[in-house]
Design a protein around this ligand. Structure first.
Ligand SMILES: Cc1cc2nc3c(=O)[nH]c(=O)nc-3n(C[C@H](O)[C@H](O)[C@H](O)COP(=O)(O)OP(=O)(O)OC[C@H]3O[C@@H](n4cnc5c(N)ncnc54)[C@H](O)[C@@H]3O)c2cc1C
Length: 399
């Protein structure tokens, strides 16, 4: 039987991958083991992403996977992006989250919707790691109802726009150079009057708040942003005037696919840490792994990991072929995020007090896991999106 080559000496199903995805996975795994894993605990304790890792990720060719080579990228697809996200997150989920927001929510959105001028201006620095990117949609009063509750406005001013408002809980924001920002450009049109912009955070009128103290994902700095009459040109519009809702929703659907790699990496990390521990830790004169109730938890973790990985790679392949429904990636993240959260809970349980130690790996994984059922739309909102999508697909078939 083929194994995933976990490096821990035990068999994990080797879900078939394309040769390109397999190669990039090997490269990303080697990079993550060498550069990230040894620093994962330190990244969590410091609550800070080490600045030297960003250019290293760029040099390794991992920051612009879906960007065309003419802008410095690798010209690959979402399957490759997903497996790289998985390997980075397996080493440090917080760093993986920072990576996702930069390489997908910011870089991929610019690669998809940017004009040639925007791509030439913005992508090389983001792809080589000299700049950090983020995406700002959430506001203090606009969370799950992000379009309906949005108050940030970009009013016409001279030859461009004047951006005013507040964004909240934005990953990478305290150190971001470039942000994709959503704002109302025609308040009378509701969600059809929203536009996306690319904003250089050095502009006058942009204030980046400090990093918030968070439950988990501590190495990924998250903060608020204030825009006070920041001037933007028409060349900062991303995807056209009043096209923001489509840009945001299509972006979220793809982001949920790649974000699944983060939950997968976390699931794998749970097994990486608990299996060797259960084999070594002895109680009642035997390794705890010899007790069937312990084996049951490990078996559930392995089954969840194999099911999640098979589902994710199949979905990425389908997505790459342009097939499937827009809500498919939402269903995928819904499933894998909840399996990852369950595995993290069991990782703490399996290691007892050693897992409860604040500096232990299970404790970090448990805290980080809660983001996967909250960010990119909560589990509740994902169920609503999938339920509604199923209903309308079924109604469309019967008409
Ligand atoms: C660490 C972190 C990083 C983040 N990074 C970013 C980022 O980079 N960019 C960005 O734009 N945003 C970011 N966010 C924000 C994130 O997208 C929101 O937190 C998320 O969309 C949920 O919004 P909320 O927190 O305001 O929760 P609320 O919308 O206030 O929801 C609270 C609860 O009510 C439930 N609820 C709400 N509406 C319904 C409904 N209709 N039916 C049933 N239940 C409902 C929710 O499921 C949830 O359980 C981040 C958040 C966190 C925690």
């Amino acid at each position: 039987m083929n194994t995933h080559g976990s490096g821990a000496g035990w068999a994990v199903l080797d879900v078939p991958l394309t040769a390109t995805a397999r190669t990039i996975r090997c490269e990303a795994r080697a990079f993550a083991r060498r550069e990230i894993e040894p620093r994962a605990a330190e990244i969590d304790a410091a609550g800070r992403f080490p600045d030297d890792l960003w250019p290293k990720l760029g040099q390794a060719g991992l920051l612009g996977l879906t960007v065309a080579p003419e802008y410095g990228g690798a010209g690959l697809g979402y399957l490759e992006h997903l497996v790289v996200m998985e390997e980075i997150s397996r080493a440090s989920t917080a760093l993986g989250f920072s990576y996702l927001v930069h390489s997908h929510a910011c870089v991929n959105q610019i690669a998809l919707y940017g004009t040639q001028e925007q791509k030439r201006r913005l992508l090389p620095g983001l792809v080589n790691g000299s700049q950090v990117g983020g995406l700002a949609m959430t506001e203090p009063d606009a969370g799950s109802d992000v379009l309906g509750g949005m108050r940030t406005v970009a009013e016409p001013a001279g030859d461009g726009f004047r951006l005013s408002g507040r964004k909240a809980w934005i990953a990478n924001a305290p150190r971001a150079d470039v942000l994709v920002v959503y704002a109302r450009t025609d308040p009378d049109l509701g969600s059809k009057g929203i536009s996306a912009f690319v904003v250089n955070t050095r502009r006058p009128g942009v204030t980046l708040g400090p990093a918030r103290a968070s439950l988990g994902m501590r190495g990924c700095q998250v903060g608020d942003i204030a825009f006070d009459g920041c001037h933007l040109g028409t060349d900062d519009l991303l995807g056209g005037l009043n096209q923001g809702a489509a840009v945001l929703m299509e972006g979220l659907a793809r982001e949920r696919l790649v974000a699944t790699g983060g939950a997968l990496g976390l699931l794998q990390a749970c097994l990486d840490v608990t299996l060797p521990y259960c084999c070594l830790r002895e109680q009642f004169g035997k390794p705890i792994a010899s007790f069937q109730l312990v084996q049951a938890k490990l078996a559930d973790m392995l089954a969840d990991l194999n099911a999640s990985r098979s589902y994710a790679y199949a979905m990425a392949a389908v997505h790459g072929n342009g097939q499937g429904h827009s809500f498919d990636s939402t269903a995928l993240l819904l499933f894998v995020a909840e399996r990852a959260s369950a595995a993290a809970r069991q990782a703490v349980q399996l290691m007892g007090a050693a897992g409860f130690d604040a500096e232990s790996t299970p404790s970090r994984l448990y805290r980080d896991a809660s983001l996967f059922t909250l960010g990119f739309g909560t589990s509740e909102i994902r169920r609503i999106v999938v339920g509604r999508g199923l209903l309308s697909a079924s109604q469309a078939r019967h008409h």
